[in-house]
Every structure is written in structure tokens, then in C-alpha cells.
Design a protein around this ligand. Structure first.
Ligand SMILES: *[C@@H]1O[C@H](CO)[C@@H](O)[C@H](O)[C@H]1NC(C)=O
Ligand SMILES: *[C@@H]1O[C@H](CO)[C@@H](O)[C@H](O)[C@H]1NC(C)=O
Ligand SMILES: *[C@@H]1O[C@H](CO)[C@@H](O)[C@H](O)[C@H]1NC(C)=O
Ligand SMILES: *[C@@H]1O[C@H](CO)[C@@H](O)[C@H](O)[C@H]1NC(C)=O
Ligand SMILES: [Ca+2]
Length: 578
């Protein structure tokens, strides 16, 4: 669309002289410009389903089976579209274009095998003044049936939908506002984290900054590992298996993990800062004549736990997947519920084996090998070559909860480090490990840091909001790179999260995890022995400024930096509270 046809030629002049790049159209002008898009938008392979101007505080109806309605918090122009990605596949997307736009583009990811537009993310992004675009990842709903016999639908899911979302979305944004976006961002978690990683690997020019949460990068192996965990407790015939651990007993297992490992980080707060430091012994739960029967385990159950809490190896003894982390939890309806999870079933039946009658009693290592071989759509993003993304100046932030069952993110960091021969990835890739956080969303621990929906940005500041931290880094450069992220727990308590390989350390003298960057993020390959029950001490056994190197790699922190410089950001254009 030619902006002059809307009488908006003044806009570009205004924008070059303004840091706050939002448009200054009146609400009426937004409304008119929005509705005009319906007939004027012309994007390759794309059908505009509907364009509507939506007022703040509205609920809007949605297409597809995922959600009936979505909340819209700020006034915006909503564009719903279909893009044919091939003759046999189509991506359904939505662009939410806020009246008050700061010139930034934001692409969103999906979850599981979905299939569902991230409406919460559309609302969140647009309320932070991003032109925000989400897609259904090439099929509707959380199941995988659409993959069967449709390799192009698999391709959309595996790598293409996010690219199309970026390409088409940016054109819609430019048509509406009359000028292109300034910087382009991506945010997603779980499958969304994999998609973000995939984007950086395959389409390094699509995004200037990426937040890839709890990324399921090693997708096929994650499916295999999940299946093996369920097999250890007897799935798919778990109900007759002596190894099945019912949920009540899982509560006892979780309590025992906390009993054994909570204190390793120096404080009994119910949170295990570093599960890798925990040598959990399920044998402590073995039934004996004096044990309480409702909280003790049989030999078969203890053996299952041994396997669950051990790494998974492949046919050549290569590590396929790290262990289930001590402290990770039982999720009702998921892995330990006694059956193979639906997403695993669907992936195998519809994308890998093309056999809807597959009997999961037959499942074994050969299927892991097959999944690796076929790697449908090239779905796996466990690839360390992020050089193209790095060389373009892209910034990558990833995070992973330490109560998340499927944490493979340290391995990914180390893989990127080895592949690129960079002892530290600090210049473009930062991993924040979040103690006490389960998977992506709000859970025990200081797990709200702007990663997900409006409720997660407890504070509108880049120190507390990972998306805004990314904006600072991309637009403010090295001096604005996030050294830490402050998370907020449900009760308002905060904790500073450190970037790998640093770890936040308990300051016993102060009775808290330290506040300043230097105190707080120590680098401990192996924490000192636990001091059970000694929550308050006169001096912290862990507090030190001495750097220890990890695994032969050089320390990642620039120790020459002045102690306070890490938190005093230069003033860069960033999102302001409205
Ligand atoms: C998308 O594909 C459908 C079905 O093949 C076709 O009818 C439609 O015209 C295509 N739309 C565009 C914009 O290419
Ligand atoms: C449009 O569709 C054609 C044919 O399916 C495809 O080759 C082309 O890459 C598509 N273009 C975009 C921008 O998706
Ligand atoms: C199942 O179909 C997909 C394409 O949809 C193909 O990549 C895969 O190789 C097929 N699996 C087998 C076991 O033939
Ligand atoms: C954060 O900023 C956004 C956009 O200005 C605003 O809508 C939101 O209410 C703010 N949230 C908080 C918690 O201040
Ligand atoms: Ca603890």
C-alpha cells in the first residue's frame, strides 16, 4: 500500500526524528487505515480472511479448534490470513498491529505438536507495542494426525511456518504502517524454543533477536527419551506393571529428592538450584519393615527410578538424552501417568512410521534409530552451527527451568560452543537457567520474567523482562547485553537468574541470593558439600569471586569489567511504560 493514498506521507518524516516510533494517527485514522487493508493487501500465496479494527479490552472470536475467543488489551488492527506454503500445505496466521507501534516486529512460536496460534502472545506482544504475528504452524490443533501422508505439513511444522510468518507478517506490517519494521524479534517456548533455534539455523536473516525458551531442540530424541521413561514404569501396559509409580508415591519421591538435595545450594527453600549437583538415591525410599507403606517403594519401583534418573544412551553408547533431573516433577496426564503421551504416539504414527496401528509394546531402540534417520522435515534443531545468525549480528537468548523434566539446554550451549570454537558464547548467545521453574510458564520459583503472556511481565523493565532485555541487547549493543534476569515468584519474591555457566549463589550473611552481579553469579563446577539445616550462617561457604573454569573451557565472564558496569546500561531506545 502506498502510504500517500492514506494521506500519511508525514509519517516517515516524523519517524526519523523520533525515538518512540509509534504512529500518531488518531483512533479514527487507525480504523480507516485498517479496514482499507482488506482490499489493498496483496501478498504472495496469501488469502486475507478478515481484517478488523479491535478496541482495547475486547474479546474476539477465533478460527480453528484451539481457542474459542482471545483477549485484546490494546487497540489494534487484526489481520487474519492463510498462506499456501505449497499446493498441499497452508499456514493460518494472524497479525496484531497495535495503534501505538514502536517499529518492532515480533514473531511467535507454538507448543507441543501444535497447531495453535499463540493468542496470549499476540496480546502480550501488541501490548508491548510490537507488531505481532502468530501462526498455527501449518495445521490446526495440538494433535499430529494432519502429518499423515502430508510431508509438506510436516515441513511447515518442522521449519517453514515460522519463516512464512516472518516473510508474510513483515509485508503486512509494512503495508499497514507505511514503512518497514526497524528490528525483528521472535519469542517462543518448548516447541516454540525449537522453532526459534531452527529459525536461527535455517533462516538467520528472519530475526535480529530470538528468545527461545525451554527449546525442544533434539526433538526426535526427546520423543524417544519420553517413551523410554514411560516404558521404565511399564507403559503401555503400566497398570499391571510392578514398576508403575502412582501419583501419591511420586509425591513421596519428590519430597525425598528435596530432602536429599535442597541444601546443596546452601539454603533449604524447596528449590534445587543445580540438579546436576544432586546425586539422588531412590534406594532411600525402598520399603523395609519399619517403613511407612504409603511412602515407600518396591524394588521394581526403585529400579525404575534408577533408570529415570540416569542418562539415556544409544546403540554406540552415545548420550541420547540427559537424565530426568532430580526435582523435576510429575505432571498429571503426562509421561509418568502410565501411557505413552499422545504427542509421542502421534509423532511416531503420523510422521515417522506412517502406521496408525503401531503397537507401542513393540517400541524400542530401533525406533529411535529410525526417527534419527528419517528426521521428518528436518525437525531436529540440535545443531551448533549458528555462525550465520551470529555473523549477521543476531542475538539469541534462551532459558530453561531447572524443574523442567526435559532440560537439554546446557548440552545445546556446549554444542554451539564446540561447533563455533567459542569458549564463551556471551557475545551473541546467552542461556539463563531458572531454578524452581517447570516448563515455560509460571511455577514455583521466580519464574515470571516476561517470557510468556501479559501476566509474566511482572515488571516492565529489561532487568526483569527477557523480551525487553533482548530488545536492549539488539538495539543497544554489547553494553546492554543482559548479564542476569530477575524473576518474580507468585508471592512477589524475586531471584536473580544467572547465565550459564554461572550459577546464583546463596549469601548466608544477607540471608538471600545475592543482589549484585559479582556476588551473585559464581561459577561453580561443583558446589561445596551441603550444610543441611544451616540456612543462616555467618559467612557463606559459596561466596567467592574466584573464577573456576568449567570443563576446560575458559571462563565466560569478562572479569576486567568494572563490578558495577554490568548493571548500568547505557540508555538505549527501549519500550517505555505507557
Ligand atoms: C491456495 O490454495 C488453494 C487450494 O489449492 C487455492 O484454491 C487458492 O487459490 C490458493 N490461494 C492463493 C492465494 O494462492
Ligand atoms: C508460493 O507458493 C509457491 C508454490 O507453492 C512456492 O514455490 C513459493 O515459495 C511460495 N512463496 C512464498 C512467499 O511462500
Ligand atoms: C512416512 O512418511 C514420511 C513423509 O510424510 C516420510 O518422510 C517417512 O520416510 C515415511 N516413513 C516410513 C517408515 O516410510
Ligand atoms: C507494561 O507495559 C505495557 C505497555 O506499556 C502495559 O500495557 C502494561 O500494563 C504494563 N504492565 C505493568 C505490570 O506495568
Ligand atoms: Ca535450596
Amino acid at each position: 500500500m502506498d502510504s500517500s493514498t492514506l494521506g500519511l506521507g508525514f509519517l516517515s518524516k516524523l519517524l526519523t526524528s523520533s525515538l518512540l516510533l509509534f504512529s500518531s494517527w488518531s483512533p479514527g485514522e487507525h480504523h480507516t487505515a485498517c479496514l482499507a487493508l482488506k482490499s489493498s493487501l496483496n501478498v504472495e500465496n496469501t488469502t486475507i480472511i478478515d481484517v478488523s479494527y479491535v478496541r482495547a479490552g475486547s474479546k474476539v472470536a477465533t478460527l480453528g479448534t484451539c481457542a474459542k475467543r482471545a483477549d485484546v488489551s490494546v487497540p489494534l488492527c487484526r489481520v487474519q490470513f492463510f498462506t499456501n506454503t505449497t499446493t498441499t500445505s497452508v499456514v493460518h496466521g494472524e497479525a496484531w498491529l497495535p495503534d501505538e507501534w514502536y517499529g518492532r516486529f515480533l514473531g511467535l512460536g507454538n507448543g507441543g505438536l501444535g497447531g495453535c496460534i499463540d493468542y496470549g502472545g499476540l496480546d502480550y506482544g501488541s501490548s508491548l507495542h510490537f507488531a505481532t504475528v502468530g501462526s498455527n504452524n501449518g495445521h490446526d490443533g495440538m494433535g499430529g494426525a494432519a502429518f499423515l501422508g502430508h510431508p509438506e505439513v510436516i515441513n511447515d511444522f518442522a521449519f517453514r511456518a515460522i519463516h512464512v510468518e516472518a516473510v508474510v507478517g513483515k509485508q503486512i506490517v509494512e503495508a499497514y504502517y507505511g514503512r518497514p519494521h526497524s528490528k525483528s524479534y521472535y519469542m517462543g517456548c518448548s516447541t516454540g524454543g525449537r522453532q526459534g533455534t531452527q529459525a536461527a539455523l535455517k533462516f538467520p536473516a528472519d530475526f535480529d533477536g530470538i528468545v527461545a525458551g525451554a527449546p525442544a531442540t533434539d526433538f526426535n530424541r526427546l520423543v524417544h527419551w519420553t517413551n523410554m521413561l514411560t516404558q521404565y514404569i511399564g507403559a503401555p501396559a503400566s497398570h499391571s506393571s510392578p514398576a508403575l509409580i502412582p501419583q501419591e508415591l511420586w509425591n513421596a519421591v519428590e519430597a525425598e529428592v528435596i530432602r536429599q538435595c535442597d541444601g546443596i545450594d546452601g539454603v533449604l527453600d524447596g528449590i534445587i538450584t543445580e540438579p546436576d549437583a544432586c546425586d539422588f538415591r531412590p534406594e532411600a525410599l525402598l520399603c523395609h519393615p519399619e517403613a511407612a507403606l504409603d511412602t515407600c517403594l518396591t524394588r521394581a519401583q526403585v529400579e525404575a527410578l534408577r533408570k529415570i534418573y540416569s542418562p539415556l544412551y544409544g546403540p554406540g553408547n552415545q548420550l541420547l538424552y540427559p537424565r530426568f533431573d532430580p526435582g523435576a516433577i510429575y505432571i498429571p496426564g503426562d509421561v509418568f501417568s502410565g501411557d505413552i503421551p499422545e504427542r509421542s504416539k502421534d509423532w511416531l504414527q503420523y510422521a515417522v512410521l506412517n502406521d496408525t496401528g503401531f503397537d507401542f509394546r513393540e517400541y524400542g531402540l530401533e525406533h529411535a534409530v529410525l526417527m534419527d534417520e528419517i528426521n521428518p522435515g528436518g525437525v531436529a534443531a540440535f545443531d551448533g552451527d549458528l555462525s550465520a545468525f551470529r555473523d549477521r549480528g543476531g542475538k539469541f537468548i534462551t532459558y530453561h527451568g531447572r524443574k523442567d523434566p526435559a532440560s537439554n539446554s546446557k548440552r545445546m550451549y556446549d554444542l554451539v560452543s564446540r561447533t563455533l570454537r567459542m569458549p564463551s558464547l556471551d557475545t551473541f548467545y546467552r542461556l539463563f537457567l531458572v531454578p524452581g521453574m517447570v516448563h515455560c510458564t509460571f511455577t514455583p520459583g521466580a519464574s515470571r520474567f516476561g517470557q510468556y503472556q501479559r501476566g509474566s511481565n511482572a515488571v516492565n523493565a529489561s532487568s526483569h523482562n527477557i523480551l525487553l532485555a533482548l530488545v536492549d541487547w539488539v538495539e543497544g549493543g554489547e553494553a546492554a547485553a543482559p548479564d542476569t534476569i530477575v524473576g518474580t515468584a507468585e508471592d512477589g519474591a524475586t531471584r536473580v537468574h544467572c547465565r550459564y555457566p554461572q550459577r546464583s549463589v546463596w549469601d548466608a550473611a544477607e540471608g538471600r541470593f545475592g543482589f549484585t552481579f559479582e556476588d551473585l553469579c559464581g561459577r561453580f563446577a561443583h558446589p561445596k558439600p551441603p550444610h543441611f539445616g544451616t540456612v543462616r550462617q555467618t559467612s557463606s561457604p559459596f561466596k567467592t569471586r574466584q573464577a573456576e573454569t568449567l570443563g576446560g573451557l575458559e571462563p565466560s565472564v569478562d572479569d576486567s569489567r568494572a563490578p558495577d558496569s554490568s548493571r548500568s546500561k547505557t540508555s538505549v531506545p527501549q519500550i517505555h511504560n505507557s
